[in-house]
Design a binder for this molecule. Structure first.
Ligand code: SF4
Length: 167
């Protein structure tokens, strides 16, 4: 029997960046861990917001920071740079959507410690629509037996899969 692949927040992120990357990721093909950009991202993630940090495992995903602001719940994701803001936003919107499905209403924050910036994220009807549309399209991509063809783009130079595409 064919095993169903579970869609994760990181897959939503990859979906925005590159469909081929998404496909590799879904097949558990591990990116080059020595890629300096992956390492920098990991260090920033470990070193930032240490006092606030409270990683929470919820079902099959991990939220970087969960905090209370007045009577509302805020979940936050720490990112290396705001250059891939759109993909980070979709990942966070997906987490907000999943929480909402479980009866938990929260707002989100994207944190960019290197740039000392943060962006508030609210799961509006429009954003929720976008998440649902993306989930639909991701399911179609994951069902394809072979990886989509590589398409050169600005993320390729920093991508852990670049040797699979441009060796
Ligand atoms: S190297 Fe470029 S084309 Fe290949 S998976 Fe990464 S982003 Fe996609």
């Amino acid at each position: 029997m064919k095993q169903e692949i579970k869609i994760t927040g990181v897959m939503l992120q990859s979906y925005i960046i590159c469909k081929r990357q998404l496909w590799f990721f879904s097949r558990q093909i591990v990116p080059d861990q020595k890629n300096p950009y992956i390492e920098i991202g990991r260090l920033i993630d470990e070193m930032s917001y240490q006092r606030e940090r409270k990683k929470i495992h919820f079902e099959d995903f991990v939220i970087d920071i969960v905090k209370k602001k007045g009577s509302s719940l805020v979940i936050a994701e720490v990112k290396k740079t705001s250059k891939a803001k759109e993909s980070a936003l979709m990942q966070l919107a997906f987490y907000l959507y999943r929480l909402k499905q479980n009866g938990i209403l929260a707002t989100g924050e994207l944190l960019f410690p290197k740039e000392r910036r943060k962006q508030k994220v609210v799961l509006t009807e429009e954003l929720e629509e976008k998440v649902l549309k993306a989930l639909n399209e991701i399911a179609k991509i994951l069902a394809i037996p072979n990886a989509p063809k590589p398409e050169k783009q600005k993320y390729c130079t920093k991508c852990g899969y670049r040797e699979f595409c441009w060796a």
